[in-house]
Design a protein around this ligand. Structure first.
Ligand code: NDP
Ligand code: BG6
Length: 480
């Protein structure tokens, strides 16, 4: 195999946009601060805006002063030396001429911080401009399509220019330290694996709750809604990491092969049952974290049937998980920010301590908090100390993952992995398409029954149906 050249250029298409400002530029700065960027790496910003080199460097400086904790002038001096800017309309080959002259034969990463509707045109233009050379890599942002058909179309247009090993599809949840820790928890302990199945586990809950509203992102959000914005990608990735079989090793394809098997085992949604299995909501005005906030419709200024909340029951049809429902719930304007996975173990088969003790018994539960807190807690039953008869109590055995250091931005890990050509934390084409196939079933079932989202007050845990979804199977969300 030909030896990989060290990456010499990172081109950010969309360098003046929100993602670059909030995530990419601060992440690159932090990597440079930790001396993790290759020495000669140059970072080339690109967008249609006609900025010159000095104006771009000044803009980045301004961004970092706002976004980075304690900008160090020494690091900034080094980082600023890496920066270049090259204006381009990246959808036309002729628009890329100046960039092509600038890059020459450098081995390059193209980061497409652009609307995915442009990806096909951009790949064609890169090819025609002679920029899609053998060891170049391309990084794609979500959402990759709106459904299976559009996702396949984008993937096919990209594949016509870049073979799969050079395509890095971002799901930033995979870059989060705590999400990667799920694999360590499962596969670096002997304790859990024998119990990680339908013999011991009653059900699994995955919650991604946000206090933020949609705000001025509604032009994007209104087309997608919570199902496509969060469930199709981040939440299904979490589900896969919880549900997958042990891979033979932690290599990129070993892990992705196992995730694919889970996606293939997801029971498809069919219209009549779907109403029992999923709930859509849309936030009204309300109070979140003590502040009065507007409804989604007020933010948008017109009617909309887009959901800002979704709760659903997923079933995985395989030997390990048959009969163990996975309850997924995500929404904007919920009472607190919380990303949490709850593994609820089964109730005791028989209680030996008498009836009184039975009132206090709670089934064991493993709670994995991913954000804002990072900890793992195992709820265990104990005997209350004292001379009276046996009374029991549930106590959590907790492991805090917060080491007091700065919490890294997920994009730091991901950018470093693209630079080092490690695709393990990126989503393979078959994964993204299988996820869309399952999501399409849910979206179709909603359109079949013309299901409108149910209203919920901002600051609440979503519409009543989300609670009924659990109650119907005799279960409850952890916060109830
Ligand atoms: P923005 O609208 O903020 O930025 C878009 C950028 O693309 C701008 O720099 C714009 O600059 C540039 N651009 C648009 N058209 C062209 C063109 N034809 N040629 C060259 N440059 C162009 O978008 P975001 O930064 O929010 O999002 C970018 C991508 O990241 C999207 O795929 C989004 O879904 C994804 N994403 C964003 C997140 C976020 O937090 N913002 C989170 C997760 C994913 P100019 O107008 O000067 O050309
Ligand atoms: C993005 C979604 O992918 O993830 C946003 O488009 C959402 O709507 C965000 O707010 C949540 O990410 P995090 O890292 O803040 O949990």
């Amino acid at each position: 195999m030909a030896e990989q050249r060290t990456i010499e250029r990172l081109v950010i298409f969309g360098a003046t946009g929100d993602l670059a400002e909030r995530m990419l530029l601060p992440s690159l700065y932090y990597l440079d601060a930790d001396k993790l960027l290759p020495d000669g790496l140059r970072i080339v910003g690109s967008a249609r805006s006609k900025l010159d080199h000095d104006a771009f460097v000044a803009k980045v400086h301004d961004v970092l002063k706002r976004r980075v904790e304690g900008l160090a002038e020494g690091v900034w001096d080094r980082f600023s030396q890496r920066l270049d800017y090259c204006p381009a309309d990246v959808t036309r080959a002729e628009g890329l001429k100046q960039l092509a002259d600038h890059l020459g034969a450098a081995s390059t990463i193209f980061y497409l911080a652009l609307s995915p509707s442009l990806y096909g045109d951009v790949c064609r233009a890169l090819d025609e401009a002679g920029l899609a050379c053998g060891d170049c890599r391309i990084v794609l942002e979500k959402p990759l399509g709106h459904d299976l058909a559009s996702s396949r179309a984008i993937n096919a247009e990209v594949a016509a220019v870049f073979e799969e090993r050079r395509v890095f599809r971002v799901d930033h949840y995979l870059g989060k330290e705590t999400v990667q820790n799920l694999l360590a928890l499962r596969f670096a302990n002997t304790l859990f694996e024998p119990l990680w199945n339908n013999l011991a586990i009653d059900h699994v809950q995955i919650t991604v709750a946000e206090t933020e509203g949609v705000g001025d992102r509604w032009p994007y959000y209104d087309e997608y809604g919570a199902l496509r914005d969060m469930v199709q990608n981040h939440m299904l990735q979490l589900l896969c990491l919880v549900a997958m079989e042990p891979p033979p090793d932690a290599g990129a394809d070993s892990v992705r092969d196992e995730k694919v098997k889970v996606l293939k085992s997801l029971k498809p949604f069919a219209a009549p049952a779907a109403q029992q299995l999923s709930v859509r909501g849309q936030y009204k005005a309300g109070v979140v974290e003590g502040k009065q906030v507007k409804s989604y419709l007020e933010e948008k200024g017109s009617e909309s049937s887009t959901e800002t909340f979704v709760a659903l029951r997923a079933d995985i049809d395989n030997w390990r998980w048959a009969g163990v429902p996975f309850f997924l719930r995500t929404g904007k304007r919920l009472p607190e920010r919380r990303t949490q996975i709850v593994i609820q173990f089964k109730a005791l088969p028989h209680l030996i301590f008498g009836e009184r003790a039975g009132d206090d018994v709670v089934a064991n539960r493993l709670v994995i908090d991913l954000q804002p807190d990072e900890d793992i807690s195992l709820l265990l039953m104990n005997r209350r100390p004292g001379l009276a008869g046996t009374r029991l109590q549930a106590l959590p055995l907790s492991l805090s993952l917060d080491d007091g250091g700065r919490r890294r931005i997920a994009y730091e890990r991901l950018l470093l992995d693209v630079i080092h050509d490690n695709p393990a934390l990126f989503v393979r084409r078959d994964e993204v398409e299988l996820a869309w196939a399952w999501i399409d079933g849910i979206a179709d079932s909603w359109s079949d029954v013309a299901a409108q989202p149910k209203p919920y007050a901002a600051g609440s845990w979503g519409p009543a149906g989300a609670f009924a979804l659990m109650e119907r199977s005799g279960r409850a969300w952890l916060d109830e």
